[in-house]
Design a protein around this ligand. Sequence first.
Ligand code: IMP
Ligand code: MG
Length: 428
Amino acid sequence: MPAIVVVGANWGDEGKGKVIDFLAEDVEVVVRYCGGHNAGHTVKNPLGDFAMHLIPCGAFNRKAVNIIGNGVVVSPEAFTKELRMVQDAGIDMTGRLFVSDRAHLILPYHKMLDGLDEKRWGENAIGTTGQGIGPTYADKAARLGIRVGDLMDGEAFRERLRFVLAQKNRLLTQVYELDPISFDELYNQLMVARDDLMPYIAETGTMVRKALAEGKRVLLEGAQGTLLDIDHGTYPYVTSSATSASGAALGSGIPPTQITKALGVFKAYTTRVGGGPMPTELFDDDGAQMRDRGQEFGTTTGRARRCGWFDAVAGKFSVEVNGFTGGALVRLDVLDVFPTVKICTGYRLDGKVTDEFPSHVMDLERCEPVYEELPGWLASTGNARSFADLPANAQAYVRRLEAVLDCPFDVIGVGATREQTIHVRPVL
Ligand code: IMP
Ligand code: MG
């Protein structure tokens, strides 16, 4: 059985957690392939309400193996804390949770530098989650990273840490004029982390490839969203990893030819948290209403999310970059109260209307949304369980989005719980 990838179609927080949670019911392996504990996947299922950051949402399917892939950056503290949370809910992860030995470790100086840079950059700050994600990926590319697998070799690890910390301390003392980090303290701290992580460390790429060869179903769990992708997103207002579908092969260690389905998760409106342009952002009561009804506050940072109408220019770009074979449209119920609903089908840039998503952030900043306005449905959709249950105007809105995006929706979400889901077509 080939692999299927679930990707956020916008700037993250599309509701991937919910979608992955119910898909994970029917797969044998779930792999997180990018990002770190900057992600916040909200899951509400019969076992309880969970805010997942690092451990894949397949944790709740007791038969599924969960893998934190090589493309992820791992904070040992975040890992241990989340594992405890899951286990406290009565879910045993023994023998079904693995961390790639190739994944990079987020160390205390990464978090420090994330905060220091953001402060120093002032109005050019990215608005990161402050978890050390960017500096960790930067070190990975600079060949200054420390990988999870390094922890396993005591003496070599000691030498590696000594070398890397010397570089970091030079930066901290000479550029930031701070005290150096003590080698002994950091080393001892990491030895504790090693004991916590050791039972879970594995060469996970081989595991996933073997599972695929045995015909098992593999779900590749995306984090953040396509427009935050380091290459395809709204650079520099992006995260530091390959969040789009292509990153799934890279970050899990499987060949791209094994991925035959890509499900894009779209919100029925658009949100963004952190800096960077967002053409459909609303500053009026409509935006506030979306934020209130959608509880649009960050799972990781608690920040209020910026809200606006559905941006189909960005959405179409996302469909094309990821090759979505289908979509999940979630939180349709948030729009239940609007007399009219809008879809941004074009941008006005320098007097011309385009439906191309610009590659440069300076251009995107100057784009004005061109809207198509549709009648709202002014009725509750939360109890709909089939497409036919939806009010006619809600059906028309969904159909119009599918047409503009050129992507069919396999799944429609009408509320936070697992039951509040319309299964239009099977995803797996
Ligand atoms: P970083 O990933 O913490 O470096 O943050 C970079 C940008 O990505 C900021 O705009 C963050 O708000 C955004 N971001 C990172 N992770 C998420 C996420 O899981 N959901 C939404 N936005 C995110
Ligand atoms: Mg989130």
